[in-house]
Design a protein around this ligand. Sequence first.
Ligand code: ZN
Length: 67
Amino acid sequence: MSNGQNNVVKMNGKFYSRVDGSRLTDCCHAYSTFFDDELVCKVCYFNVEFGEGDGSEKVDVKTLPSS
Ligand SMILES: [Zn+2]
């Protein structure tokens, strides 16, 4: 497995990084960044909701499901 998705886990309909527990964008499972006043996915540059990939929503990685 080397598709780059190994560190992404879905929980309660949201995607999280297994590395640091950050919530990732729903669209690309990536981090996001501010572009002007909009929060956008760093991969596809579509607008995302606050909390998706911006580091404000984090969970303890130990609480993430193993599959
Ligand atoms: Zn995206």
